[in-house]
Write a protein that binds this ligand. Structure first.
Ligand SMILES: [Zn+2]
Length: 202
């Protein structure tokens, strides 16, 4: 009997978690990934266009075969950085023509800034891809399809073009966005408190 109670507890906990997740939009458990860069929604809105904000900060999807995709198809050698924080995400080496209407890569760059996690929104189980530094929603990764069968990984990172900042080979990489202002202020207060210094608030 001893083992039954914890098992029941686990099952109840799982069921509660599953229900809670169903009610929340996909973006709501972003706190679980603890990104380094944490700006407020207002700060992100100031930095991004409406479409970039909708896709990256609210887990949106851009229309397929749009203008951004057309540009992506024409782009040559280069690197793709996060539109939100400047982290390196993909390079043209891993790019392939999938014909799906969204920028496609078969692998993330060696910078390893692309996180993967299960996404159960819209009644589907998919693997969502996010920027490790700032938690930006990038798109999804699909496996075992015929369109990626000829790639080395047999995977398709289906990415929203507006989430990417393309820099051609030899170009200047974007400046990495540092910690959010609110996070920096909090850190300053913590340091000052430890040092026994009183922080004057404006
Ligand atoms: Zn980012």
């Amino acid at each position: 009997m001893k083992t039954r109670f914890p098992l029941l507890l686990v099952l109840v906990t799982l069921a509660t978690t599953a229900c809670a997740e169903d009610k929340k939009p996909a973006a709501s458990d972003k706190s679980m990934i603890k990104p380094e860069v944490t700006l407020s929604e207002q700060e992100w809105k100031k930095r991004l266009t409406e479409e970039q904000y909708r896709v990256t900060r609210t887990a949106g999807t851009e229309p397929s075969f749009g203008k951004v995709y057309e540009e992506f198809e024409k782009q040559g050698e280069g690197t793709y950085f996060c539109i939100c924080c400047g982290a390196e995400l993909f390079t043209s080496k891993e790019k392939f023509h999938s014909g799906c209407g969204w920028p496609s890569f078969y692998d993330a760059s060696t910078a390893k800034n692309v996180l993967e996690r299960t996404d159960t929104s819209h009644g589907m189980v998919r693997i969502e891809t996010l920027c490790k530094r700032c938690g930006a929603h990038l798109g999804h990764v699909f496996e075992g399809e015929s369109i990626s069968a000829s790639t080395p990984t047999k995977r398709r990172f289906c990415i929203n073009g507006v989430a990417l900042n393309y820099v051609p080979k030899g170009g200047t990489a974007p400046k990495l966005l540092e910690l959010g202002t609110s996070a920096v202020e909090k850190k300053k207060e913590e340091v000052a408190k430890e040092a026994g210094v009183e922080v004057k608030k404006p």
